[in-house]
Every structure is written in structure tokens, then in C-alpha cells.
Design a protein around this ligand. Structure first.
Ligand code: HEC
Length: 125
């Protein structure tokens, strides 16, 4: 059996590396920032987007990003109070059929990955 030429072996390695990156479906920082500004600034201070905005009872994204478990909290935010009332994730059954008292919005799991990529930029180095 002929052995792979070093050049071909390198190409095969690169293709594999590319596929592995694509399969991880990493979030996009810019998209994540846009989604956060659109949907989250109503209540949260989101980085430098609205330093004097948000509502008092709500932790800023910067504060949440300081927690060791921020990833888990953002990944599951739609099932943490108060969000189940107004956040809809396609494929995830809503908690209640009653109408929301605040304006609801939809967010996909990929969009949550994008938000997390953005929040990662707020983690103190
Ligand atoms: C209608 C107001 C409102 C909107 C809109 C909102 N949040 Fe929140 N969020 C809250 C409040 C209030 C809390 C604090 C809950 C508590 O401390 O019990 C919170 C807490 C959180 C937490 C911490 C949860 C925990 O259990 O530690 C995360 C993460 C979060 N929000 C993410 C988001 C993201 C991402 C968006 C936008 C896609 C968003 N929120 C939109 C009101 C809101």
C-alpha cells in the first residue's frame, strides 16, 4: 500500500481540523452582542451598550460574567426566573399557556451560543 505523501497527509489533517471546528457550532461575538442589545438591554445592563440602562433588580452582564459558573447560567437562562415567562425557545415547551405580562421573544440554541461568545468578552482577564 502506498503511504500518503506528507503534503496530502497535511491536507487531510487540515480538512479534519476544519470539520471539527464547524461541528462545535461556536457562537459569533458580533451576533451575540446584537441579540443581547435587542433582547436583554430592556432589563440588563449589557457591557458598554447601555451603561445607565437596565432595571435595578437585574444583574448586569458584566457582574454575571464574573461568576465562575456564568456559562451554565447563560446556557440555561431561559429556564431560570424570571425568563420562562417571556422567553420562548423553539423546541422547548413553554412553562405556561398564559400570556406573558411582559413582551415575549424567541431565541434559538444557536443564538444562545452567540450570546455566550459575546459574554465571554466581558469576563475579566
Ligand atoms: C424582562 C426583564 C428581563 C429580560 C428581557 C432579560 N432578563 Fe435576564 N434576568 C432578569 C432578572 C430580573 C434577573 C435576576 C433574577 C434573579 O436574581 O432571581 C435575570 C437574571 C439573568 C441571568 C442570571 C440567572 C441566574 O439564575 O443566575 C442570566 C444569565 C440572564 N438573566 C440572561 C439574560 C439574557 C441572555 C437575556 C436576553 C437574551 C435576558 N436575560 C433578558 C430579567 C430579564
Amino acid at each position: 500500500m502506498p503511504s500518503l505523501s506528507p503534503k496530502l497527509a497535511f491536507s487531510v489533517f487540515c480538512a479534519g481540523a476544519l470539520l471539527a471546528t464547524a461541528a462545535r457550532a461556536e457562537g459569533n461575538v458580533k451576533t451575540g452582542r446584537e441579540i443581547s442589545v435587542t433582547h436583554c438591554t430592556r432589563c440588563h445592563v449589557v457591557g458598554d451598550a447601555n451603561p445607565n440602562g437596565g432595571i435595578n433588580s437585574t444583574p448586569s452582564f458584566q457582574l454575571l460574567a464574573r461568576r465562575d459558573d456564568w456559562r451554565e447560567r447563560f446556557q440555561t437562562f431561559f429556564e431560570r426566573r424570571p425568563h420562562p415567562v417571556f422567553v420562548r425557545v423553539p423546541g422547548v415547551p413553554p412553562w405556561t399557556k398564559l400570556p406573558s405580562v411582559v413582551e415575549p421573544f424567541n431565541i434559538t440554541l444557536q443564538e444562545i451560543e452567540d450570546v455566550m461568545a459575546f459574554v465571554e468578552t466581558l469576563v475579566p482577564k
